[in-house]
Design a protein around this ligand. Structure first.
Ligand SMILES: *Cc1c(COP(=O)(O)O)cnc(C)c1O
Length: 378
């Protein structure tokens, strides 16, 4: 049999739903001003780069990751002031942790039963639905209100009906960038408790937000006994390093640790993360700058005719443009023609009709973006 036929036959062994999927698309950004993926626009200062280079040069690449990973785990636990009775595990980005959560919750359904559900507000982070699908779980999306507020009654109703295994709350949310009302979150967490669900508070954007659920967990641990806190160093400033972490009650986190591949964090990644934590002040100053830039950029965008800019507690701004999806598409394409890459989210969900998502850059980058937008309007 010719080798291409062998390949074709072997392909039929791949799950049909996987064959029907599209791979996660990363936009080509060569030569572009990159404002599409909520990356920190600030590189490490030159002196720190040199120091990091020396550190990485000394890492024992011929050994499997070992004690250094444990050092990093403890450094992160200190960094978030991990409460007593809680544990913390590391993931290759929070994306891996999201996959591991789905894996750990994929209880095979009994005869006539439906698979367990993963429930999250929509529009939201795409990996929640994707990890559910890949694991054979149901994904239940609960629409946000028109102003992107968390619809607590709708969440309560859906959680009572679906009795999900997992509830995700991105705090702040992506792509809407807002931080939900704490009472609405509390009501959702209580509804999840009644259904016996785990809740994951996804705080990828914590460096830019005014509040963290960690304060609430510390204030009222009993009410948050089913709540996990997920964070990442990606938006903090190390998107290339791939390091996420998950903290929560030791008994729950211990179970998730069992499905984690033993060497999921590379030694270079771990060393970079340790180095970054030693220089947390540098990253905190970068986050301060990004928050100040966010205010400047929001005010500039709000002055564009017909634009609505939504409140943001993240390093991105969501804006609704005049002219619906067509208006959003035209502006997206006109920016791309001017070498500025943002994200057109208008087709992601009906609530996002006519919307674009823009990552906050440096002062110079934001000025370039605003100039390009004025140029387009003219
Ligand atoms: C960017 C983002 C993440 C981060 O994923 P990593 O794999 O850690 O880079 C997680 N959750 C949300 C809501 C995000 O927007």
């Amino acid at each position: 049999m010719p080798s291409t036929d062998l390949t074709q036959r072997a392909l039929r062994r791949i799950r049909p739903d996987v064959r029907d999927m599209h791979a996660y698309a990363v936009q080509d950004a060569a030569g572009m001003l990159k404002l599409d993926a909520m990356e920190n626009p600030h590189p490490l200062p030159a002196a720190l780069r040199a120091a990091l280079g020396a550190r990485l040069g000394a890492v024992e690449l011929h050994r499997y990751p070992g004690a250094r990973i444990e050092t990093l785990r403890r450094a992160l636990a200190d960094h978030i002031d991990l409460p007593a009775g809680q544990a913390l595990i590391l993931g290759n980005g929070s994306d891996e942790l999201i996959s591991l959560l789905a894996l750990a919750c994929a209880v095979p359904p009994g005869p006539g039963e439906r698979p367990p559900a993963v429930l999250a507000p929509v529009p939201g982070f795409v990996m929640y639905a994707m990890s559910a699908q890949l694991q054979g779980l149901r994904f239940v999306g609960v629409p946000l209100a028109a102003d992107f507020a968390l619809d607590a009654p709708a969440m309560r109703e859906a959680i009572a009906r679906e009795r999900p295994a997992l509830v995700y709350l991105a705090y702040p949310n992506n792509p809407t960038a807002n931080l939900w009302d704490a009472d609405a979150v509390r009501a959702t967490i209580d509804a999840a408790a009644e259904a016996g669900a785990l809740v994951v508070m996804d705080e990828a954007y914590q460096p830019f937000a005014s509040r963290s659920w960690q304060e609430e967990i510390r204030r009222d641990p009993a009410r948050n006994g089913h709540v996990l806190l997920m964070r990442t160093l990606s938006k903090f400033g190390l998107a290339g390093v791939r390091l996420g972490y998950l903290a929560g009650p030791a008994a729950l986190v211990g179970e998730l640790d069992k499905v984690r591949p033993p060497y999921n964090i590379g030694v270079l990644n771990a060393e970079c993360a340790l180095f970054a934590l030693e220089h947390a002040d540098v990253f905190a100053a970068q986050a301060d700058d990004i928050r100040a830039q966010r205010a400047w950029l929001a005010a500039e965008l709000a002055r564009l005719p017909g634009w609505t800019v939504f409140p943001s507690e993240a390093n991105m701004l969501l804006a609704r443009l005049p002219g619906g999806d067509d208006g959003a598409r035209k502006t997206f394409e006109a920016l791309r023609a001017r070498k500025v890459l943002i994200k057109n989210v208008s087709k992601m969900h009906p609530l996002l009709a006519g919307c674009l998502r823009l990552t906050v850059g440096t002062a110079a980058e934001n000025a370039q973006l605003v100039r390009a937008l004025h140029d387009i309007q003219a």
